[in-house]
Write a protein that binds this ligand. Sequence first.
Ligand code: ATP
Length: 268
Amino acid sequence: MKKNGYTKILLNKALEIIKEIDAKALVLITPSFEGEIPEVEVPIILVGKDFDISDERVKKIPLPLSLGIKNVVNLISAFLVENNIISNGETFLYITPNTLGIRTVKRNIATTKGFFEEAQTVLQRLLEIAVELSLEGKEGYPVGTIFVVGDTKNVLKYSHQIVPNPFRGHKLNVLDKNIKGVIKEFATLDGAFIISNTGRIVAAGRYLDVDPKKLDVHLPPGLGSRHLAAAAISKKTKATAITLSESGVIRVFKNGEIILEYNPRMRY
Ligand SMILES: Nc1ncnc2c1ncn2[C@@H]1O[C@H](COP(=O)(O)OP(=O)(O)OP(=O)(O)O)[C@@H](O)[C@H]1O
């Protein structure tokens, strides 16, 4: 493969295909982007980190590419719908340094308004922490947990403490430096972390009082009560729930559905 992949060649092809299939957006998934922003009539979305590009035609989403292309594309899909760039049933085109893909947006990938803007960095930090916990565990033992982000008032209403809340009276935020160790320490507690939209850690050790059956939550077989509870709270409230299973798989739930599934221990 060329040093910087085939981005330029793929981009040229993409411009042709966009017209042919009437795609509604062009998504560039790349760790770095050099060269001219292409002349194209659809919105351009740049996905990666730390781009030094300020062009009105370009929207930037700093998602960690380590999530794997499949998951990044799922999240972009949600982003495009939320920002009214694309509707269900419509198609967008994405390119990475060595692939070109076409994705038609499915109905069930949806996020609430403002999710990406408000919770983006918070969600990303939690994903990073979940990835580290998945890979390292706690002192060599696997750890499973739930992070419930946003709509805190309602989440607290539909949950209760099962152990005294270690975060009570503290103003700790998931975006604080050195917070990772603290979160990892309490990740072994039973129950969920409750985190506000801005990243404040409101509680840990919280049991989610939601009944997946009554809420008509359906998950793939093999997912137990932790995942059902996370899906159910994301359906009952406007929160996003992130689970880390003891087997190391990370899932993100929104409106009762899995919008991201990622196993850091697996090679994609
Ligand atoms: N309603 C709930 N609220 C908060 N935490 C819960 C809830 N239900 C289960 N859990 C947590 O999930 C843990 C594991 O439960 P279980 O094994 O049934 O889930 P699972 O979905 O199979 O998860 P894993 O894949 O990690 O095994 C429990 O010990 C508990 O800490």
